[in-house]
Ligand binder design. Structure first.
Ligand code: 5RP
Length: 229
């Protein structure tokens, strides 16, 4: 008798629940953005009386946290977080990620940088050998977008401005996102360091300096824990 394999939504819910094991009672938790993180936030509501609250990486996550009665702190109010829980668009075998599919990469990198441990929660489709099949999100100052797109073209990438309702999408920070296809990012740290220096780049969606320490990967046979050290 064969059982039905779990849906992607069920895999996201599994890893969202599994991430609760990394939340220390009495602390403020760093919370990412996206559909997988939404599952985590829903699960976190079940232990809201055991935590002080959360630092959030987006307006969307803030609204969801508050609706469930979880206090949200400004990141400036908190010096260091024990753990940051977030999803990814791609993750490689060393914990390097592409993030920003939900346009929240800048605040995600900020909260990750103030956290001692990054726990990535993802379904198995996100695990890759080399980053780059997912179009790389880059948050940019709008006046620099065309030049940055030409710089990516010179690297062999094809960049386009992300749109919403027929106009450039505006991030929580009032900036634009470009998505770059056709890249093969074999040295994520060097790539992140280089692109981060281009004038007008706010944040590049390669997370190598703020890589994951652990990934909880939702697979058809259960949650697999990848420890990257
Ligand atoms: C948002 C992100 C998300 O973590 C990433 O896009 C994954 O999202 P999802 O869990 O919906 O697949 O980086 O900016």
């Amino acid at each position: 008798m064969s059982s039905t394999p779990p849906t992607q939504d069920e895999l996201k819910a599994q890893v969202g629940r599994a991430a609760l094991a990394y939340v220390q009672p009495g602390t403020i938790v760093g919370v990412g953005t996206g559909s997988t993180v939404n599952k985590f936030i829903d699960a976190l509501a079940g232990m809201k009386d055991q935590i002080k609250g959360a630092v959030s990486s987006s307006v969307a996550s803030t609204e969801r946290l508050k609706a469930l009665g979880i206090p949200v702190f400004d990141s400036n109010e908190v010096e260091e977080l024990a753990v940051y829980i977030d999803g990814a668009d791609e993750i490689d075998g060393r914990g390097h990620m592409i993030k920003g599919g939900g346009a929240a990469l800048t605040r995600e990198k900020i909260v990750a940088a103030q956290s001692r441990q990054f726990v990535c929660i993802a379904d198995a489709s996100k695990r890759v050998e080399v980053l780059g099949a997912f179009p790389l999100p880059v948050e940019v100052i709008p006046m620099a977008a065309q030049r940055i797109m030409r710089q990516f073209a010179a690297m062999g990438g094809v960049a386009q401005v992300r749109e919403k309702d027929g106009a450039p999408l505006v991030t929580d920070n009032g900036q634009h996102i470009i998505d770059v296809s056709g890249l093969r990012i074999t040295d994520p740290k060097a790539f992140e360091l280089e692109v981060s220096q281009w004038p007008g780049v706010v944040t590049v969606g390669v997370f190598a300096l703020q890589r994951a320490h652990v990934c909880l990967l939702g697979t058809s046979s259960g949650v697999e824990t990848l420890n990257f050290g």
